[in-house]
Design a protein around this ligand. Structure first.
Ligand code: FES
Length: 106
């Protein structure tokens, strides 16, 4: 699926994310090297670091937030109403056209 990702420098990228590799958004950002190594995915995708926080910019339907993600975002920095943890969003066909922006490094 095609996903638009604005990196932390404000540069927009359009990437192709595979739906058949059990990837999540955080892993897509890493695979395309859109954030420096060590600044995203710090906890390995366990919803325990918020380094994968991103802002959802359009109304593509995403999976409901689970309790771990909700709790992590309650204590993270730079949180906005449209914040999600990229590691908690699996890449599926439903994400076609999704637009996100990476939250600042924290
Ligand atoms: Fe740590 Fe997503 S990678 S919360």
């Amino acid at each position: 699926v095609t996903i638009k990702i604005t990196d932390r420098d404000g540069v927009k990228h359009e990437v192709q994310a595979p739906t058949d590799m059990s990837m999540n958004i955080m892993e897509v950002v890493r695979a395309y090297e859109l954030a420096p190594e060590g600044t995203i995915g710090v906890c390995g995708g366990m919803a325990m670091c918020a380094s994968c926080q991103c802002y959802v910019l359009n109304d593509v339907e995403l999976p409901e937030m689970g309790p771990d993600e909700d709790a992590m975002l309650a204590e993270a920095f730079y949180v906005k109403p449209n914040s999600r943890l990229g590691c908690q969003i699996p890449v599926t066909e439903d994400l076609e056209g999704l637009e996100i922006e990476l939250a600042p490094e924290s």
